[in-house]
Design a protein around this ligand. Structure first.
Ligand SMILES: NC(=O)c1ccc[n+]([C@@H]2O[C@H](COP(=O)([O-])OP(=O)(O)OC[C@H]3O[C@@H](n4cnc5c(N)ncnc54)[C@H](OP(=O)(O)O)[C@@H]3O)[C@@H](O)[C@H]2O)c1
Length: 330
C-alpha cells in the first residue's frame, strides 16, 4: 500500500486507497451481511488500507455500527482513520439535507456512539444544504475541531464557490467529489481548486458502482433497493453503451498490462493530478484481494491517451453522477 497525509493536519500515514462503506450499510445496495461486512473491513485493514469512509445515512446508522464492531475486534483504534459525514437527515427511508447546528451537534454524538470512539478523524459535511447558510455550518464544524472531537474538517459534493464560502469561516482540510473514468466532472472544478488551496481529496465511486470492476454483464440482476436499478448508466439504452466501453477498455488493458479493467480503473484515479485518496466500495473480503496489485506501477501517457480515446468514442454523451444528489429540506 502507498500512503499520503491529510494536509495541514497531523493525520498520517493515510492509505491512498480508502474503504468505502456505503454498500456495507445495505441501504440502496439490496441489503447487507454483517458477517461479510466485518470481514471486509478487517481484510482492508490487513491489506494496509487504514482509511474507512462512512456516513450515518449508510444503512441509517448500520454502516457506522458495523465499523464500530470491526474496530472493537481490530483493537488498534489509533491506527485507523475514520472519515464519517454529517448533514443528511432521514425520516424512514426519506432523506433530505440538513447541516444546521442543531443537526450537526446531534449527529456527532450519535456517530461517536455507533463507532465506539471518542473522536472522528475526518468529519465531512455530506452535501451542501441550501436551507442553512454555509458560514453557520462551517462555524459548528470549526468548534468541533477546536474542542478535539474531530481531527480534520471536510466537505463532500461542495463546489469551489461553496468551499470558498466555507473557508471564510473555518479551515477546510478535505473534499470528497465523485471521480472515476466514467464520471470525470471534478477535473474541471473541484480537483484543480483543491490542488490550488492544499485541500486533500478523497474521491468517491472509483468503480462507478461496480461498472468498472468488469463483473457486470447485460443480464446482471440487482436485488431489493439496489441503486443500480435506477442508476441511469445501468438502464438501456445506456447500459449497453457502458458495457461496450468496459469491454474495449478491458481488451486494451489486458493487451498492454495483462490486467483486467479494475486495475486501470483504480490506477487511473490514483494517477490523476489532484487526487490524494480513492475510495473503493466493497462488502465482501474477496473484493479487496487485488488492492495491493494496484500499487507499484503507473499508467503511462500513451495508455492514458488510449483510455481517453476509447471513452470519448464509446460514450460521446457521458452521464454524470447527479442522479445521486439527495433532495433539499423544503
Ligand atoms: N460523499 C458522497 O456523496 C458519496 C457518494 C457515493 C459514495 N461515497 C463513498 O465512496 C465509496 C465508494 O463508492 P461506491 O461504494 O459508490 O462505489 P464504487 O467503489 O464505485 O463501487 C463499489 C461496488 O463495486 C463492486 N466491487 C468492488 N470491488 C469489486 C471487485 N473486486 N470485483 C467486482 N466488483 C467489485 C461492489 O459491488 P457488488 O458488491 O454489488 O458486486 C461494490 O459494492 C462509498 O462506499 C462511500 O464511502 C460517497
Amino acid at each position: 500500500m502507498k500512503y499520503t497525509k491529510i494536509r495541514n493536519t497531523d493525520i498520517q500515514p493515510v492509505s491512498r486507497i480508502g474503504l468505502g462503506s456505503w454498500a456495507i450499510g445495505g441501504w440502496l445496495w439490496g441489503g447487507t451481511s454483517e458477517h461479510d461486512a466485518i470481514n471486509t473491513i478487517l481484510a482492508a485493514l490487513e491489506r494496509g488500507v487504514n482509511l474507512i469512509d462512512t456516513a450515518p445515512v449508510y444503512g441509517m446508522g448500520k454502516a457506522e455500527e458495523i465499523i464500530g464492531q470491526a474496530l472493537a475486534i481490530y483493537g488498534r483504534r489509533e491506527d485507523v482513520i475514520i472519515a464519517t459525514k454529517v448533514g443528511l437527515e432521514w425520516d424512514g427511508n426519506k432523506i433530505f439535507r440538513n447541516s444546521s447546528k442543531k443537526r450537526i451537534l446531534k449527529e456527532i454524538d450519535e456517530s461517536l456512539k455507533r463507532l465506539g470512539t471518542d473522536y472522528i478523524d475526518i468529519y465531512q459535511v455530506h452535501w451542501p444544504d441550501a436551507s442553512t447558510p454555509i458560514g453557520k455550518t462551517a462555524d459548528v464544524m470549526h468548534e468541533l475541531y477546536k474542542n478535539g472531537k474531530i481531527r480534520a474538517i471536510g466537505a463532500s459534493n461542495y463546489s469551489p464557490q461553496q468551499m470558498d464560502k466555507f473557508r471564510e469561516y473555518s479551515p477546510l482540510h478535505t473534499s470528497q467529489p465523485p471521480f472515476n473514468l466514467f464520471e470525470q466532472g471534478a477535473v474541471f472544478d473541484v480537483l484543480p481548486y483543491c490542488h490550488t488551496y492544499g485541500i486533500t481529496t478523497l474521491t468517491y465511486g472509483t468503480l462507478c458502482r461496480g461498472l468498472l470492476s468488469g463483473r457486470m454483464k447485460s443480464d446482471t440482476e440487482f436485488k431489493g433497493d439496489d441503486i443500480r436499478k435506477i442508476d441511469p448508466k445501468f438502464q438501456e439504452p445506456n447500459y449497453s453503451k457502458y458495457l461496450n466501453a468496459v469491454e474495449k477498455l478491458n481488451e486494451f488493458t489486458q493487451g498492454k498490462y495483462d490486467k483486467g479493467i479494475i486495475y486501470i480503473a483504480v490506477r487511473w484515479v490514483l494517477d490523476h493530478e489532484g487526487v490524494d485518496i480513492a475510495l473503493w466500495g466493497a462488502r465482501q473480503p474477496e473484493q479487496l484481494e487485488v488492492v495491493n496489485e494496484i500499487m507499484g506501477w503507473e499508467l503511462d501517457r500513451e495508455a492514458k491517451n488510449t483510455i481517453e480515446k476509447i471513452i470519448k468514442e464509446s460514450l460521446p454523451e457521458p452521464i454524470g453522477a447527479e442522479f445521486m444528489a439527495p433532495p433539499e429540506k423544503s
